[in-house]
Ligand binder design. Structure first.
Ligand code: C5P
Length: 228
């Protein structure tokens, strides 16, 4: 039997990876790994345990013990920490910033590496993150790097928050996005960057339908899979 197929989708926050990977996984009937959720839950667990995000030793201990699971419900994938649904708590801007702080520790990334690889099973996996194609699944059959300018991503995030009835200040969100990008791109281990063999899609001037079609065509071309 051939190996399960990995479709690695990397890129900065807000480029549209979440929706793209959900749609690809659904169309291909593959499992989905939202690796960002793991770092978000870890940061949440560290804070909940009263530990400091800057204390690498404590963070790595939490990473090793992290009791995390994903549950598929009608309204999407929920994230559980020790059985408690923490999906909404981990989706705030602060949770994203905290995730990028714990994700910068090499020891933490090492502690979570195998756990991420265990998500791979037949027929395949769509993996969403920053280092899926470079570190976690370097032999992925398909690698896509989904990018968009920081301004476009900030605008999309504002619209998303407003659609949920929340207030959003463009300049504050843009600053947060730029700070997180900076931390993710400049960390010494597994920095955010496109794999040499990735297809780079800049979604700044594309709608999600065009992004999806471009990605799906590429998946078909690379894997020979027949998908509608
Ligand atoms: O994708 P998401 O916004 O949920 O990721 C939150 C943070 O987790 C990112 O800003 C990044 O610092 C970290 N992350 C990572 N490696 C991944 C996925 C996420 O370092 N594979």
């Amino acid at each position: 039997m051939s190996d399960p197929i990995v479709i690695a989708v990397d890129g900065p926050g807000g480029a549209g990876k979440g929706e793209l990977t959900r749609r690809l996984a659904e169309a291909l009937d593959f499992d989905l790994l939202d690796s960002g959720a793991i770092y978000r839950v870890l940061a949440y667990a560290v804070r909940k345990a009263g530990l400091a995000l800057f204390d690498e030793d404590s963070v790595v201990q939490e990473a090793k013990l992290l009791n995390l699971s994903f549950e598929c419900l009608d309204d999407g994938v929920h994230v559980l920490l020790g059985g408690e649904d923490v999906s909404s708590q981990i989706r705030t801007e602060e949770a994203g910033a905290n995730a990028s702080k714990v994700a910068a520790y090499p020891s933490v990334r090492q502690a979570l590496l195998q756990r991420q690889r265990e998500f791979l099973k037949e027929p395949g996996l769509v993996a969403d993150g920053r280092d899926m194609g470079t570190v976690v699944f370097p032999k992925a059959q398909v690698k896509i790097f989904l990018d968009a300018s920081a301004e476009v991503r900030a605008k999309r995030r504002c619209l998303q928050l407003e659609s949920k009835g929340k207030t959003a200040d463009f300049d504050t969100i843009l600053k947060e996005i730029q700070e997180r990008d900076d931390r993710d791109r400049n960390r010494p281990v597994a920095p955010l960057k496109a794999a040499d063999d990735a297809l780079v899609i800049d979604s700044s001037d594309m709608d999600i339908e065009t992004v999806y079609k471009t990605a799906l065509d590429y998946v078909k071309q690379k894997t020979g899979l027949k998908v509608e």
